[in-house]
Write a new protein. Structure first.
Length: 263
């Protein structure tokens, strides 16, 4: 399957990063170059310490690399100043984290509307968009509940709805199923795949969970600081792709346009 490099939503070139200084420095990324495309769910997999979370942080504008370049939606990300970078992330990116990052005192609809409230969107419009996002993730009947009243899977779906509220072109997810059981993991990853397909978003997910591979268009495997495999997959249809039921869970080829390795 061919890819047009000019159509990539994210292009990373020559990324170098490490932690510590001098003799104590531990290299993590070494001249890494990768591209990502719209409409695809990519899984970045590997053991702890393989560099995948560092890579995600750099691609998403949360960590500046020591050297190298990242272009997101044709914008040189790390040439932006702090305020410009914050604005760019707010306008174009969504984030989902493994610990949900929900506020205990807020209901689901208030959690989801919060980014729009900060962005100056009228309260009534923000609420309506939050309702739409929660309905998309199957929580239309749970939107007035607080985190303590929700299951782990429902909390993660609230976090996904919050990430969707700004209609992001790029969605980053860091271990979104690590705290979930098999059934809820299936719901969450199927939602991320659906977002890639129906919204045309670039969805990049870091995970240790091999159960998620059936939903991915692309899998990048890291080991001992290196990219050891980068493949296109053919996702198998699952029962959750057409929509989310809140009650129930439910041959590769080398990728031609990515190179580089990690240390």
């Amino acid at each position: 399957m061919s890819r047009d490099p000019s159509a990539a939503s994210i292009s990373a070139t020559g990324l170098v990063h490490g932690y510590g200084k001098g003799a104590a420095r531990t290299p993590v990324l070494h001249q890494l170059s990768l591209q990502f495309w719209p409409g695809e769910l990519t899984l970045m997999m590997g053991a702890s310490g393989s560099g995948k979370s560092t890579l995600l942080a750099i691609l998403s504008g949360l960590l500046r690399p020591e050297s190298g370049a990242v272009r997101v939606l044709d914008t040189p990300l790390w040439n932006l100043g702090p305020r410009e970078l914050e604005r760019f992330r707010f306008q174009h990116c969504g984030y989902v984290f493994q610990n949900f990052n929900l506020f205990p005192a807020l209901t689901a609809i208030e959690q989801v509307a919060l980014p729009l409230d900060f962005g100056g969107v009228h309260k009534a419009q923000a609420r309506q968009r939050a309702v739409t996002a929660l309905e998309e993730v199957g929580l239309g009947t749970r939107m007035n509940l607080r985190p303590a009243q929700l299951s782990g899977g429902e909390k993660q779906r609230v976090a996904i709805a919050r990430a969707l509220i700004g209609s992001p072109q790029i969605l980053f997810a860091d271990e979104p199923t690590s705290a979930l059981d098999s059934a809820n993991s299936e719901i969450v990853i199927a939602l991320l795949q659906k977002i890639a397909r129906t919204h045309g978003a670039t969805v990049i997910t870091v995970t240790h969970d091999p159960r998620l591979t059936r939903h991915a268009e692309r899998i990048i495997r890291l080991q001992d600081g290196m990219v050891i495999e980068d493949t296109l997959e053919y996702p198998r249809p699952g029962p959750l792709l057409a929509g989310v039921d809140a009650r129930h869970a439910s041959p590769a080829q080398p990728h031609p346009n990515s190179t580089g390795d990690y240390l």
